[in-house]
Design a protein around this ligand. Structure first.
Ligand code: NAD
Length: 336
């Protein structure tokens, strides 16, 4: 199937593009490269353009002759969204409206959307299933929930068919080490721990050691990026086969604490991670763990990388290779 992949030059989108191509689909990336990397796009052409431009967006849908859209593009930092809610609502909500309008104009009726565990807010029960109350606590989470609502309403009256996938914490890199996580600034725990182990960060600050958890640090559900990518292929096949619209969690159902991640990174790298014990960050829940059995039951999705050590090892391979697309490109240039 020909699929337009918005945000396909970003971390998760670039892995999904490879998974789609490997399964015989024809992905075409649409990305403004504000936070993504041209070098991350393997196995697909890229159209550089902005979702905030209705013209760029309609042109991308038309020229790619897309039959479906996978929508990863967005701004993704909770903290940044608190300081710049206007930017987040414009990019994530207004950008998606442009996309949905262009899809309607060109009769593309299928979309898979990158949603987030942040739509649930502070958990009132654990693990978090899809029926958990939706009460996001940041502009980022609210912008994602607004898009889910737009999808639901357009499905009810305009015939759109969608799957919203609510990711917990994406982690790891491609198993062949060719693509990986390269965010600036990097806010995610696993890459930060590894960058500290590699000496590229002076230290790792633990954000709170007095949480109500067994070791006092926050617990999260880390899901390997290739397992996320695989779920998108299944979701696309599901909708292509006439399956119903749905919102599903993507996680492993297993929680790991910050201290467990650090111990695992020290084991994988054979290095000591320099640590600072800091205070809590406002808005962080103590524990976020998915109940992710619904998509397993309904689509037959099975996460393959359930072991934290395997996830951290794949992320470390990427850091050892250079861990930054610009650095890899410079090294290739110097070698010529
Ligand atoms: N990384 C995670 O753990 C995680 C967790 C939950 C949900 N998500 C969601 O998954 C998606 C992908 O996350 P990621 O970590 O790969 O982020 P990323 O920043 O690596 O990728 C996002 C991509 O979107 C592009 N983009 C942003 N605004 C755009 C616009 N207006 N027009 C065109 N392109 C635009 C960026 O250039 C970038 O390549 C996001 O929507 C994010 O909210 C990510």
């Amino acid at each position: 199937m020909r699929a337009l992949v918005t945000g396909g030059a970003g971390y998760i989108g670039s892995h999904a593009v490879r998974a789609l191509a490997a399964r015989g689909h024809e992905p075409v990336v649409f990305d403004n490269l504000s936070r993504g990397h041209r070098e991350a796009v393997i196995d697909a052409p890229i159209i550089v353009g902005d979702l905030l431009s209705p013209g760029d967006t309609a042109q991308a849908i038309a020229s790619s002759r897309a039959e479906a859209v996978l929508h990863f593009a967005g701004l993704t930092y909770v903290g940044e969204s608190v300081g710049h809610p206007d930017v987040y609502y414009r990019n994530n909500v207004a950008g998606t409206m442009n996309l949905l309008d262009a899809m309607r104009e060109h009769r593309v009726g299928t979309i898979i959307f990158s949603s987030t565990a942040a739509v649930y807010g502070d958990p009132v029960r654990l693990p978090i299933d899809e029926d958990h109350p939706l009460a996001p606590v940041s502009p980022y989470g609210r912008s994602k929930l607004m898009v889910e609502w737009m999808l639901r309403d357009r499905a009810a009256s305009l015939g759109l068919r969608y799957v919203a996938l609510r990711y917990f914490n994406a982690a790891g890199s491609s198993l062949d080490g060719r693509i990986g996580e390269d965010h600036e600034p990097e806010t995610h725990l696993i890459p930060r721990v590894l960058l500290a182990a590699a000496g590229e960060l002076p230290e790792l600050t633990i954000l709170g050691t007095d949480w109500d958890t067994p070791d006092g640090t926050c617990i999260r559900d880390y899901i390997h990026v290739e397992d996320l990518a695989e779920a998108h292929v299944l979701a696309l096949d599901h909708l292509a086969g006439g399956g119903r619209s749905a919102s599903w969690n993507l996680g492993t159902g297993k929680g790991c604490s910050v201290r467990e991640v650090i111990a695992c990174a020290e084991k994988v790298t054979g290095r000591k991670v320099p640590l600072v014990e800091g205070g809590r960050r406002a808005g962080d829940p103590a524990v976020l763990v998915a109940a992710a059995d619904r998509i397993q039951r309904e689509l037959g999705w099975r996460p393959r990388h359930l072991d934290l050590e395997a996830i951290v090892a794949s992320a470390w391979r990427w850091v050892e290779r250079g861990g930054r697309y610009a650095r890899l490109a410079a090294a290739r240039g110097a070698g010529r």
